[in-house]
Ligand binder design. Structure first.
Ligand code: FES
Length: 271
């Protein structure tokens, strides 16, 4: 048997990078940028693994590691949140920062790392921000009320493929808040629009549609988010490709709710 041809060894040169990272001890203290060196970083490290390597070195030296949010590291939970070189999640199409790999950088690169910056997301510690304002919007109406009980029969409520696909496109939002961080007005309209549209597209969500949109828009404003000013930065940085058409849908749903309120067919909840 002819010996198998050996593949040429893949050259994988470990990288050394200069990191300029935002450090802040608490919400009240003024933060500042600090410089670190990331050594022995392979192209296969994810961005968060690269920070793990830096943190292990900081811990060995008896220094405070860099605090950052993360959970799934698979691009599905929305916890990771940092601005890399001035762009939320680093600017690679449909990529959360946990799915960003170091092969996108070159040996010797300088990387700036900052937290989300928005009035509604106060910085808690280094790169960790308080994004509970998004939870408040969901609490205000991001659900449907229904009786629980036995499992409903399949195809009990028929949903067209078009409506299902549309709802799934909106439901892909992972609530990371990159849209807010990228918006010059710190608006959460892409996030709220996706949640409103997701339910408004489906029969189960249409019953409470006016209450939902009125309550969620109210919560959005109370939490200190700005309004959309058509910069489309939110759509550009969204790691799930949420389309700004969902903002238009939310505006239409809101106008419908106002009309129903004015004609006495719907009274917004006071809560
Ligand atoms: S850590 Fe879950 S999406 Fe990045």
């Amino acid at each position: 048997m002819r010996p198998r041809k050996q593949a040429a060894p893949f050259e994988r040169r470990n990288m050394t990078l200069k990191l300029i990272v935002w450090r802040q001890k608490n919400p009240d203290e003024k933060g500042q940028f600090e410089t670190y060196t990331a050594r022995n970083i392979t192209p296969d490290h994810s961005f968060l693994e690269m920070l793990d390597v830096v943190n292990e070195e900081l811990i060995r030296e008896g220094k405070n590691p860099i605090a950052f949010d993360h959970d799934c590291r698979e691009g599905i939970c929305g916890m990771c949140s940092m601005v890399v070189n001035g762009i939320a999640h680093g600017g690679h199409e449909r990529t959360t920062v946990c799915q960003l790999h170091m092969r996108k950088f070159k040996n010797g690169d300088t990387i700036y790392i900052e937290p989300w910056r928005a009035r509604a997301f106060p910085i808690l510690f280094d790169l960790v921000t308080d994004r509970s304002a998004l939870d408040k919007i969901i609490e205000a109406g991001g659900y449907i009320s229904c009786h629980t009980g036995g499992v409903p029969d399949g195809n009990d409520i028929l949903i067209s493929k078009t409506a299902g696909d549309y709802a799934m496109d909106a439901a892909q939002c992972i609530g990371c808040g990159a849209c807010v961080a990228a918006c010059p007005n710190g608006a959460a309209m892409l996030f709220t629009g996706a949640k409103v549209s997701h339910f408004a597209a489906l029969p189960q969500g249409q019953v409470e549609a006016p209450e939902r949109v009125a309550a969620m828009v109210k919560a959005m404003q109370e939490c200190g988010f700005g309004n959309c000013s058509n910069h489309y930065e939110c759509e550009a940085v969204c790691p799930k490709g949420i389309h700004t058409k969902f903002i238009s849908r939310m505006n239409r749903e809101f106008l419908k709710a106002l009309f129903k309120e004015n004609t006495g067919t719907f009274t917004p909840s006071e809560k």
